[in-house]
Design a protein around this ligand. Structure first.
Ligand code: CTP
Length: 459
């Protein structure tokens, strides 16, 4: 690990901050993620500074004008303030306890409990630098984890972010304390959980979070799915299949057309991509199964209406985790309609019109739902040949939907008024909608045919 003194002090903001601290006889330390990432050679713009004792609020206020940044007071009583400068955040807080050592002892993981100051260099009482080198997430101690049980989820978030292993004793502590997770506010839980989902290999960490019971502490609705055994083409218990679908989504993503990837990168809500919501949808798509489970006289397992039943449970989850309206909308559509693309490709009566109406009804979410269906089919048993065939048909559905998005407008509302003397009103919208459908299914290809089509429609 290289000496980072020069690197830290070559940064003009650090230079000014530490010089100001020295002139004011304030003991100031760089801590947290920025330091951790510097040690790993990764850039991280946001920083955390700690003032030994108290005085972080006042220091931040003065520094904000020295640095020409904006002061944001976060919590005067707890002595926490922020400076925002050129889009980056610099957080200042007083030490928890009297000294920096006491402060570090109260933090979450060894890799986050390192401090640095120009006078003292690295202060690393828990050997976090060694754990960074060995790529290990290790809790400082059990009490710290129970004091703020969000840290149980943060362990997996840092694991997924840095591709680190969770040290065995830390895993034990997490398992022992997982029952405390419901005490954490929904906003904090969902924010950490969505951070995990944003990483491309989140499945590995969601899987180990399921082994330590953290996953079910967040989503108790998954627990009854453990009772549904493998059946028919399903080689896995519903619980294991639900997790496996997240794995399959991550396997499929790199193979999808670029436009689908661009679509899945869209933000549904601040910092939450469609892809993360898709993975969560994958995890939860079958939560309605236990509620609708029937075994027929010939031993078949049926789950009629499980999509709808699952979507109702999403309301309960969303309320608990304080999910945003946009996230809820996409998540419910995924759970409610996850079988729709499969029904479409298996339908013997499928024609272009049914396909168009079905996908138009689902709107933009058609893409996400179809990718979920791809992952679902990949996870369910069956021959390789069958799976390849289904994947191909589902890809065709995606392409069909894409073609609907670029249907050119052959006639405008004004055209309808001028050419057909139609009065302004809802009829215009209805005609334009019908015309678009006719174009989608290939009945109308140019303006002339569009005029003929409208004539037939209204006369
Ligand atoms: N911290 C903690 N327990 C928490 C939150 C934060 O001990 N529940 C401590 C850790 O030392 C952490 C530091 O506060 O490194 C800063 O917190 P935060 O900004 O949330 O984490 P970072 O490590 O900076 O990483 P990121 O910004 O990516 O979240």
């Amino acid at each position: 690990m290289k000496d980072l003194r020069e690197e830290i002090l070559s940064d003009i903001i650090n230079q000014k901050i530490f010089a100001f601290g020295k002139d004011s006889s304030i003991k100031l330390y760089l801590v947290g993620g920025h330091l951790r990432n510097l040690l790993m050679g990764i850039d991280k713009e946001d920083r955390d500074y700690v003032v030994e004792g108290k005085g972080a609020w006042n220091l931040a206020k003065k520094l904000a004008s020295v640095l020409n940044g904006s002061f944001v007071g976060l919590d005067q009583e707890r002595d926490i303030a922020r400076i925002v400068i050129e889009g980056r955040t610099l957080d200042f807080s007083g030490t928890l306890g009297k000294s920096i050592e006491e402060d570090l002892e109260r933090r979450d993981f060894t890799i986050n409990s390192i401090a640095w100051s120009p006078e003292r260099g690295f202060i690393d009482p828990f050997h976090g630098m060694k754990d960074i080198e060995q790529r290990i997430i290790r809790a400082i101690k059990k009490e710290n984890m129970s004091e703020d049980p969000l840290r149980l989820i943060r362990a997996y978030r840092f694991g997924a972010e840095l591709k680190f292993d969770i040290e065995p004793r830390t895993s034990e502590i997490i398992t022992e304390l997982s029952y405390l997770i419901p005490n954490v506010s929904g906003e904090r839980i969902s924010s950490e959980f969505f951070k995990i989902l944003e990483f491309p290999h989140s499945f590995d960490y969601i899987f180990i979070a399921s082994e330590s019971k953290v996953l079910e502490a967040i989503f108790p609705e998954l627990t009854p799915t453990r009772d549904i055994p493998p059946h028919g083409k399903h080689n896995l218990r519903v619980f294991d299949h639900s997790l496996d679908v997240v794995r399959c989504i991550e396997v499929i993503i790199p193979k999808l057309p670029d436009w689908v990837i661009v679509h899945l990168q869209e933000e549904v809500s601040y910092g939450i991509s469609r892809l993360s919501v898709l993975k969560l949808g994958g995890l939860l798509h079958d939560i309605g199964k236990p509620l609708t489970w029937k075994i027929t006289s010939n031993g078949r397992h049926r789950f009629i209406g499980h999509g709808r039943a699952g979507a109702e449970l999403i309301d309960q989850i969303s309320e608990r985790l304080k999910l945003s309206k946009n996230v809820i909308g996409v998540l419910k559509a995924l759970v409610r309609s996850h079988l729709r693309p499969l029904h479409l490709i298996e339908s013997v009566h499928l024609d272009k019109r049914i396909l168009y109406r079905s996908l138009s009804y689902l709107g933009q979410d058609s893409v996400d739902i179809t990718v979920l269906a791809m992952a679902d089919t990949l996870s369910i048993g069956g021959t390789e040949e069958e799976k390849i065939k289904k994947q191909g048909l589902l890809l065709e559905i995606l392409e069909d939907f894409r073609s609907y998005r670029i249907i050119p407008r052959l006639l405008t509302g004004d055209d309808l008024i001028k050419i057909f003397n139609i009065e302004q009103g809802p009829q215009i919208g209805k005609i334009l909608k019908a015309l678009k459908e006719a174009q989608a299914i290939g009945e109308v290809r140019d303006k002339e045919e569009a005029i003929e089509y409208v004539k037939r429609l209204i006369y």
